[in-house]
Design a protein around this ligand. Structure first.
Ligand code: S3P
Length: 187
């Protein structure tokens, strides 16, 4: 476990299909940390799948639930927290994410994302006539938001989850020596 995290948690943000849950589980196993997934918290709270929450209550309700999940996580330590791909779209979430610990942005190119999630049926944001167009548009809209939220950006295209986890570990050590992206995210 990196000294950067001591007494805090690690937060993973990034687009759908960037590997947040798989990499998060891998890191939690390595560090003997708890693995927390904000989507899972919401599913359990409402006893509904994410697509059902979107279908029954709409996206705004889901975004409020996502914010409430972060509020509930306040102060949690020794955890790896995987977040939903849209968590950075609400500015009120950013201070809550940052307060949890270092924020790592897992990114991947459009082709990789499409290969991973293009045919997904459990992602309401991609349940459109043209998922390719949705991915392209959302990636463009969200890239600056991930950049702003994150301390560290890790490219995941073509890498295994283990390799991504290795890169996060090295990235955190470099961050300790020289805080990166920090200046980008301040007002
Ligand atoms: C969403 C991403 C999903 C989930 C919901 C909305 C988004 O999580 O939170 O379907 O807006 O990008 P994953 O990133 O884990 O797929």
């Amino acid at each position: 476990m990196s000294i950067v995290i001591a007494g805090r948690s690690l937060v993973l943000v990034g687009f759908m299909g960037s590997g947040k849950s798989s990499v998060g589980r891998e890191l939690a196993k390595r560090w003997n940390f708890r693995f927390v997934d904000t989507d899972a918290m919401i599913r359990h709270k409402y006893d509904l799948s994410i697509p059902d929450i979107f279908a029954k209550h709409g996206e705004d309700f889901f975004r409020e639930a996502e914010y409430q999940a972060l509020v509930r996580l306040r102060g949690i330590c020794s955890s790896v927290i995987a977040t939903g791909g849209g968590i950075v779209t609400q500015p009120r979430n950013l201070p809550l994410l940052r307060a949890l610990g270092p924020v790592v942005w897992l990114c991947a190119d459009q082709t990789t994302i499409l290969n991973r999630v293009g045919k997904s049926t459990h992602r309401p944001m991609l349940n459109q006539a043209n998922p390719q167009e949705s991915v392209a548009r959302l990636l463009k809209e969200r890239a600056p938001l991930y950049h702003r939220a994150a301390d560290l950006r890790i490219e995941t295209s073509g890498l295994t989850h283990q390799e991504v986890a290795d890169r996060i570990v090295s990235g955190l050590d470099e961050l300790r020596a020289q805080p990166r992206m920090d200046t980008n995210r301040r007002e």
